[in-house]
Design a protein around this ligand. Structure first.
Ligand code: NAD
Length: 503
């Protein structure tokens, strides 16, 4: 019997990770939570959870920084300079941040360096550029009067992040909140706190004190205390739909605005008129990149019946050749899933598919030969109808569900038959087909003949249960600012003499 491989952790993380408020660690006060390396299943660190009192410390520090600190009142030029330094800090420390991210998530180290950390740095650069171009509105429709509209920061933003791309997703929120003059309290996922804790420590060196604070811990403990805190003015959340519901209900009690970036079950619609090679490539990337754990995954692959068997056969063949293993190696294409419970849940969908009359096309098993890490074989099933649970539930793993269709009309009906509406993919070189699909698909984003191309100026977010609000340039400006209308007469207005009876 061969011995199971032991994968080296990409970095030795700190033994204990804490939150941060101003010039010191938060008091903690909650449980001690283990952090695991998904490629080995070994515990590599301990997270000190912030209880409600500790959350109060972090929010109070951010509140003071907003109410009495310099940050909200800095000139645009001063704020741009700070944002650019934030981006530079990420570029300078990208290797360490990528290794810490890999250690907690099991995401591919190569991808983390080349894409996630590059995106994280660019998020700051993007919002620095964005605010340099903005000006307020000016109206003069009423003769003799000038009305201007200025945008002001809202206050303290609670930023709650998921585990599937912690730094890349959280920096979008941090950069946007700061660019428009807010202060913020970040709460990473309790599963993946390592890189964000280090990032916050690094950013302290370039940000004014208290502008960015950090709390750690589980959602119902730390996250719920943060959302309920009276010092919080805004909540920006990325995560699961049920969690989003709970957060928005709690925030609604205090009428606190929220953006919700939630789950998806996106259709990847492949027509016979598509460039088959590109569509195949896009379908594989759409479901298996980021270890199969992404909100925008093209997880329902709908293929026109005339090419269905051929396309599925080629998809299965390529899937079986995907290199699964050590996430630190450059040649690895699929790393482990993020946690043991998540792995169990993803694999349980093989039984679910069978129960719904589906067929396992490939994969569907744990890779026991890779030791105690949370590795699974990339998986594809076909199901008899879109009502199957594997076609309706967000599985959030390397798990593709196939369905055939006959007409564009039917493809639209199947694609839209879901509680979600985050993104859609369309593959066709026939313009009328493309136009029909882009007009009729009910999702916040439609990608045509390309997998996953995010344009940061454009809004990103979901229809239906995939979200509320959008992220992106102007959408973030609308969320992270209050509009104030100021009207003044150009010359003293005529007196109206109310109550002046002349006697
Ligand atoms: P999750 O909802 O379990 O947790 C997300 C965050 O919310 C974590 O930090 C968690 O601790 C916190 N949280 C949980 N309960 C809370 C509560 N009651 N109050 C406050 N905070 C609470 O999601 P996850 O499992 O970390 O991430 C996976 C999900 O995120 C998937 O559904 C995926 O589709 C979604 N996601 C969406 C996008 C997008 O842009 N739409 C991007 C990435 C991930």
């Amino acid at each position: 019997m061969t011995e199971a491989p032991r994968f080296e952790t990409p970095i030795t993380p700190p033994a204990r990770v804490t939150g941060w408020a101003g010039d010191r660690a938060t008091p903690g006060g909650g449980s001690e939570l283990p952090v695991f390396y998904p490629a080995t299943g070994q515990q590599i660190s301990v997270l000190v959870e912030d209880d409600a009192a500790s959350v109060d410390v972090a929010v109070s520090v951010a509140r003071r920084a907003f109410d009495t600190g310099p940050w909200p009142g800095l000139s645009t030029a001063e704020r741009i300079a700070v944002l650019e330094r934030c981006g530079q800090v990420i570029r300078d420390n990208a290797d360490e941040l990528a290794r810490l991210e890999c250690a907690a998530t099991g995401l591919l180290l190569r991808e983390l360096k080349e894409r996630h950390m590059a995106r994280a740095a660019y998020n700051f650069r993007f919002f620095a550029d964005f605010i340099s171009q903005r000006a307020g509105d000016r109206y003069d429709q009423t003769p003799g009067y000038l009305t201007t509209v200025v945008r002001e920061p809202v206050g303290v933003a609670a930023l709650i992040a998921p585990w599937n791309a912690p730094v890349a997703l959280a920096t979008m929120k941090i950069a946007a909140a700061l660019a428009f003059g807010n202060t913020c309290v970040l709460k990473p996922s309790e599963q993946t706190p390592l890189a964000l804790a280090r990032l916050v420590a690094l950013l302290q060196e370039v940000l004014p004190e208290g502008v960015l604070t950090l709390v750690n811990g589980r959602g119902p403990v730390t996250g719920a205390a943060l959302v309920a805190h009276p010092g919080v003015d805004l909540v920006s959340f990325t995560g699961g739909t049920e969690t989003g519901r709970a957060i928005m209900s709690a925030a609604g009690q205090r009428l606190v605005p929220c953006t919700m970036e939630l789950g998806g079950k996106s259709a990847n619609v492949i027509f016979a008129s598509a460039d088959a090679e590109r569509a195949l490539d896009g379908a594989l990337l759409g479901i298996f990149s980021n270890n199969g754990q992404q909100c925008l995954a093209g997880s329902r692959i709908l293929v026109e019946r005339s090419i269905y068997d051929d396309f599925v056969g080629r998809f299965v063949d390529r899937t079986q050749r995907i290199r699964v293993g050590d996430p630190t190696l450059a040649e690895t294409e699929l790393g482990p899933l993020a946690s043991r419970p998540h792995m169990t849940r993803v694999l349980s969908y093989v039984d679910t598919a069978h129960a719904d009359g589906g067929t396992l096309l490939t994969g569907g098993a744990r890779r026991n030969d890779l030791g105690d890490g949370y590795f699974v074989t990339p998986t594809a099933v076909s199901v008899p109808s879109n009502a199957a649970r594997t076609a309706q539930d967000e599985i959030f793993g390397p798990f593709a569900t196939f369905l055939p269709f006959d007409t564009a009309e039917e493809a639209v009906a199947i694609a839209n038959d879901t509680q979600f509406g985050l993104v859609s993919y369309v593959w066709s070189d026939h313009l009328p087909t493309v136009m029909t699909m882009t007009e009729r698909l009910r999702s916040g984003v439609v990608w045509v003949n390309t997998p996953m191309m995010r344009e940061l100026r454009a809004p990103f977010g979901g229809y239906k249960n995939s979200g509320v609000g959008r992220e992106g340039g102007a959408a973030c400006e609308a969320f992270y600012t209050e509009e104030k209308t100021v009207t003044l007469p150009k010359i003293p207005p005529p007196l109206r003499r109310l109550g002046d009876t002349g006697g």
